[in-house]
Design a protein around this ligand. Structure first.
Ligand code: PEP
Length: 259
């Protein structure tokens, strides 16, 4: 993947309270330290629930961990009368580097539209958070063979109006919905097809240099046993890992896919 630093990001979803978060991050950090993991070579991030973030921040700061962290969602609004919402500024204040935007579970269960996803990407960037923009087709679209056009339309909508400088801070995660939490992993060729098409679209929307710099991750039932073949694809720059990221030893193996 040229000179893009791979990113392994763990999406905990609605799992692990703040005490479990501390022990999980400690175990992950110890395991990676034991393995002499080079964090500059493969970046590692966790995306815990909002209620865990302050605890994770405290631990990362106290132990000077090289680990990045972020949230699973944010509000498109800056502040005000939006009961229950969390702003980008609040996440930035907690030391978040990343925030997932447009995860398929938010699109499905919270009716997040392409327009809302675009507004959330913009809100993340305004607050100097790096959005991990999640895109990908469902099984119906895949069966019709329309995965590339469907996914690129989501990319177009989410990036609409962003400058080249802004898009350089965006990470795109291709997550075929039929492969999320199902144990059904896309083949390395399936992952490469769409990740490569996303990079091609970035070259059309911006230029080759921008396209070459943006990290495109694959997500969907990534495990220690299948990560290497997916990472071997030229346009896959990392993984967004759900279920397997809850086990710090398994997640460390995914991070250490090269060893
Ligand atoms: C995800 O939630 O982004 C994901 C890829 O989940 P899983 O790894 O469990 O399929």
């Amino acid at each position: 993947s040229e000179n893009r630093t791979p990113l392994m990001a763990g999406n905990w979803k609605m799992n692990l309270d703040h005490q479990q978060a501390i022990s999980t991050v400690q175990k992950l950090a110890w395991t990676l330290k034991d393995a002499k993991h080079d964090f500059a070579a493969v970046e590692v991030a966790v995306l815990p629930p909002f209620t865990d973030l302050r605890s994770v921040q405290t631990l990362v700061d106290a132990d000077k961990l090289d680990l990045r962290y972020g949230a699973q969602d944010l509000s498109q609004h800056e502040s005000g009368a939006y009961t229950g919402e969390i702003s980008g500024a609040m996440l930035a204040k907690l030391g978040c580097t990343y925030v997932a935007v447009g995860h398929s579970e938010r699109r499905q269960h919270h009716d997040e539209s392409d327009e809302l996803v675009a507004a959330k990407v913009a809100a993340a960037l305004t607050n100097e958070l790096k959005p991990i923009l999640c895109v990908g087709e469902g099984l119906d679209v895949r069966k019709e063979g329309n995965q590339v056009s469907y996914t690129l339309a989501q990319v177009d909508a989410a990036l609409a109006g962003l400058t080249a400088e802004q898009v350089a801070d965006v990470v795109i995660a291709y997550e075929p919905v039929w492969a999320i939490g199902t144990g059904e992993v896309a083949t390395p060729q399936d992952a490469q097809e769409v990740c490569g098409a996303i990079r091609g679209r970035l070259a059309e929307l911006y230029d080759d240099a921008v396209a070459a710099g943006v990290r495109v991750l694959y997500g969907g039932s990534v495990k220690s046993g299948n990560v290497a073949s997916i990472m071997a694809q030229p346009d896959v720059d990392g993984a967004l890992v759900g279920g397997a990221s809850l086990d710090p030893e398994e997640f460390a193996k995914i991070v250490r896919f090269q060893s």
